[in-house]
Design a protein around this ligand. Sequence first.
Ligand SMILES: Cc1cc2nc3c(=O)[nH]c(=O)nc-3n(C[C@H](O)[C@H](O)[C@H](O)COP(=O)(O)OP(=O)(O)OC[C@H]3O[C@@H](n4cnc5c(N)ncnc54)[C@H](O)[C@@H]3O)c2cc1C
Length: 205
Amino acid sequence: MAAITRRDFVRRSARVAAAAAVASQLEWLTACGGTGRKAPTDKDWERLAKELHGRLVRPGGSEYTTLNRPSNLRYANVRPQGIAVCSGAEDVRTSLLWAQEHDVPVVARSGGHSYSGYSTTTGLLVDFSDLRRVSVDRTTGIVTVEPGAQNVDIYDGLQPYGVAFSAGRCPTVAVSGLTLGGGFGFSSRHIGTSSDALLETEVVT
Ligand SMILES: Cc1cc2nc3c(=O)[nH]c(=O)nc-3n(C[C@H](O)[C@H](O)[C@H](O)COP(=O)(O)OP(=O)(O)OC[C@H]3O[C@@H](n4cnc5c(N)ncnc54)[C@H](O)[C@@H]3O)c2cc1C
């Protein structure tokens, strides 16, 4: 048997380790390689646009730049292939089913104030900026808010009723992201966080 030096042994081991690393990476890449479905065609996007009660905004559309602009401009270059401006829960359902059918990543956006760009995507952006209504049931004092309602909508909407909600300090943060993260505002020391006040929510899957 030929003797090998310590230097040869280390060199050969390094090659084996590198090969193993590449092989395991390839396996990982294959596992994450998607379903192999074709990217949606213009016709597929047109179908989505027709099915929405709200509207679909594509790159080049007049509203595209404004709608795509997140609060943290560091993520402004993450450009969605389409923005579904929803007019209700049915539009969310339509968007999710379409995205699933075409293997397109989908992300929700309400106020667009995620510090970390979590409401940006290169796929389909499901946008709630048209859903900002706030209503109050005078008898129960229960407030119903649409997902895109911003702090300013909530403070303005509740003021005539003398009802308080622990919303945040930034006027354009929306209730969805605020409540999902807990939500701390001017009156939190007195009445708790935004999520403390949550009674019920409509979940679309
Ligand atoms: C300038 C500034 C001031 C702030 N001030 C406060 C403050 O005073 N108090 C406080 O508590 N926080 C504050 N925040 C933090 C803020 O509450 C969070 O960043 C929050 O997530 C923003 O919510 P959004 O809906 O505006 O953001 P988005 O970016 O739209 O959403 C944030 C996250 O929630 C998801 N999401 C949004 N809508 C939905 C939905 N309908 N269904 C499911 N998921 C959804 C998004 O995909 C994303 O992951 C502040 C942030 C900024 C940038």
